[in-house]
Write a protein that binds this ligand. Structure first.
Ligand code: HEC
Length: 205
């Protein structure tokens, strides 16, 4: 007879075996893509899913701003989240889950220290405000703008197509080209946000 404990242990073991299988399958696919390039993507082996986005969504750079963020050291970037019309409307109306067709983009750039004219302008304003030289230096040290772009990530809502990853397809681009990513790894980290449809970013009014 199987005790409750055994049953749970078995469940965990099966879960671990499944997770391991997913990792091995993903790594195998990633290696195949790496070694053989695009033909593998053009004719995926049976059971493999096509990439969420083959190219950058048209007009994404004109989408409305959801919010901004900055991740600290060692990433040191600044980020903007943009949404297409469906995503923005859902945010503004508080619609959860997001409707199919919603796309959220996360753009990111390396933090870039300000210099030259920008610093002169900030220094002038800070001096007029009566800040000490030390305080002004601190202010300048902590002031930054967007430098070179790092990568762009997308979440694309299609509750049927991406049912196994919370209804979201995941994609990433560097220099305009799709990166080969393991969508299960993206989803694994977003999974705890189930209450807000796996989306972390809140709308900044
Ligand atoms: C280790 C955890 C983690 C992993 C892995 C991860 N994300 Fe995220 N993601 C976050 C967090 C936290 C945020 C919110 C803050 C931010 O923008 O970084 C976020 C934000 C996003 C956003 C903006 C919408 C939102 O949920 O706030 C998109 C789009 C996104 N991630 C896509 C991806 C893609 C694509 C992958 C896989 C290539 C991925 N993420 C992997 C944690 C993760």
């Amino acid at each position: 007879m199987m005790t409750e404990f055994n049953r749970q242990t078995r469940g965990v073991r099966l879960g671990v075996r499944f997770a391991f299988g997913v990792i091995v399958a993903s790594l195998t696919l990633a290696l195949a893509v790496y070694r053989f390039g695009f033909p593998v993507l053009a004719a995926p082996p049976s059971g493999a899913t096509a990439p969420t986005l083959a190219s950058l969504p048209e007009g994404y750079r004109n989408w409305a701003l959801i919010s901004v963020a900055s991740v600290g050291s060692p990433v040191n970037d600044v980020r903007a989240k943009l949404g297409n019309d469906i995503a923005i409307n859902a945010y503004r109306q508080g619609t959860i889950p997001f409707p199919d067709g919603a796309i959220i983009a996360r753009l990111a750039w390396k933090k870039h220290a300000t210099s030259g004219e920008t610093n002169n302008a900030i220094r002038l304003q800070a001096t007029q405000a009566g800040l000490s030289p030390d305080a002004i230096q601190k202010l300048l040290d902590e002031t930054f703008v967007a430098g070179p772009a790092t990568n762009i990530q997308f979440m694309v809502k299609d509750s049927k197509k991406y049912a196994s990853t919370g209804g979201w397809g995941f994609a990433q681009f560097t220099n305009g080209k799709p990166d080969s990513i393991v969508v299960q790894a993206c989803f694994a980290c977003h999974a705890p946000g189930k209450d807000h449809d796996f989306v972390f970013t809140e709308y900044a009014p």
